[in-house]
Ligand binder design. Structure first.
Ligand SMILES: C[S@@+](CC[C@H](N)C(=O)[O-])C[C@H]1O[C@@H](n2cnc3c(N)ncnc32)[C@H](O)[C@@H]1O
Length: 385
């Protein structure tokens, strides 16, 4: 597998905000015509290094999105993508909502979109990627605020909740808010299919009348059944932990997860599982817990800030269990990134880079089924005038 990178001379152009390692751009470039990323921004020096190592032809502004000006953005981009930070709207984190400082970065991005609009250079498509928690944080006020900003700027807005597990052996549900102006992607009259989830339908029902009047249920077909599982992304010859280390980790299993492991060991079969160490609070006391799954999926890759959560691979064979860390390359494969992608040499940086990223095939599906048809790309990759 190779992720094709469109050149900056591709017929369609995109800007990537909160770009991280540039995985949104990899997905955007793999459509029929492909978007060339002409401008990107990220505040994190490690991410910026990774971006430059993989997208030499793209202008990258390293720094706070709030410090950018429209003058730095070349031309009229067809699409602007913003994977705005999600800590504060994450279901897993504190619910500070979009008013909190980090998620407030969305508004730094939005200010730029308004600046481009004043100069007659607004993109026809804007995409916001976030965690599904955006649907309910602030009792729906954050989702309303994002959608209302787009509607006020003349866009038609809709959203899709997409789990990367339909494409890749990783469970990674994410929300994609998609706004289009002057162009229109395929829609359905009423919510249907796996991407208009009950959670999204409930959030839509809470939106203001003016947003709902400009709402679109974007039409997207799920991919054929996935034939990859966790074992297909594993690197060969990765050293496993000592028996004592494995025993210490397995001692953190809850009785339910221990029973799950015992059943697999009793079968004697070779099975590869994913294990995740996290802190759980029980009766006000914090406990380290190891959680296991043997459904062929890796759990959602995360970026631990406190260093206590870790992702492991658990290999059971002939009644014995061995364990090791998930590698940065395996994490990249779980995001649909080809092996020619240059990862940071530090394993923890590579895991952080991938843990924050967007799954490439999900962006590719959006590109092929929604963005390119809206922008007049024909089946042979030509762009209709
Ligand atoms: C969820 S990650 C997006 C990763 C990206 N989609 C990818 O595929 O690698 C959010 C990114 O926003 C960046 N970020 C956070 N606050 C920012 C700010 N104020 N200005 C610019 N970038 C920011 C972080 O460094 C991080 O890389």
């Amino acid at each position: 597998m190779t992720n094709r990178v469109a050149s900056a001379s591709a017929p369609l152009t995109a800007c990537e905000f909160f770009a991280g390692g540039g995985l949104a751009g990899l997905g955007l470039s793999s459509g029929r015509a492909g978007f060339g990323t002409v401008f990107a921004n990220d505040i994190d020096p490690m991410k910026a290094r990774a971006f430059r190592a993989n997208h030499a032809g793209t202008l990258l502004a390293e720094g706070d999105v709030w410090d950018l000006t429209p003058a730095e953005i070349p031309g009229t981009p067809d699409l602007c993508w913003a994977s705005s930070p999600c800590q504060d709207v994450s279901l897993a984190g504190a619910r500070g909502g979009l008013k909190a400082v980090r998620s407030g970065a969305f508004w730094g991005f939005w200010k730029l979109m308004q600046g481009l609009d004043l100069e007659g250079r607004a993109p026809r498509i804007i995409v916001i990627e976030n965690v599904a928690g955006l649907l309910t944080s602030g009792e729906g006020a954050d989702f309303e605020a994002v959608c209302a900003a787009m509607v006020e700027a003349g866009y038609r807005v809709g959203a899709l909740e997409m789990d990367a597990a339909l494409w890749l052996p990783q469970s990674r549900p994410r929300l994609f808010v998609i706004a289009m102006r002057e162009v229109e992607g395929p829609t359905v009259a009423t919510p249907s299919g796996p991407f208009h989830t009950p959670r999204l339908i409930a959030a839509h029902a809470r939106l203001s009348e003016s947003v709902r009047a400009n709402w679109a249920w974007w039409a997207l077909t799920p991919p054929p059944r996935r034939n990859l599982d966790l074992s297909t992304v594993l690197e060969a010859r990765v050293p496993v932990f000592t028996r004592a280390q494995t025993k210490a980790l397995l001692a953190m299993l809850s009785p339910l997860h221990r029973a799950r492991l015992d059943a697999v060991l009793a079968s004697g079969e070779r099975r590869v599982g994913a294990a995740f160490r996290r802190v759980r609070t029980l009766d006000g006391v914090k406990h380290q817990r190891l959680e296991l799954r043997f459904d062929g999926l890796g759990g959602c890759l995360r970026t631990p800030s406190g260093g206590s959560s870790r992702q492991y691979v658990l290999i059971c064979d002939k009644g014995r269990a061995s364990m090791r860390r998930l590698t940065g390359r395996e994490a990249a494969r779980l995001m649909g990134v080809s092996d020619d992608y240059r990862l940071p040499t530090s394993e923890s940086a590579a895991l952080k880079l991938m843990g924050d990223a967007v799954a490439v095939p999900v962006v590719e599906a959006l590109t092929r089924q929604l963005f390119e048809p809206a922008l007049g790309v024909t089946d042979d990759g030509a762009v209709a005038a």
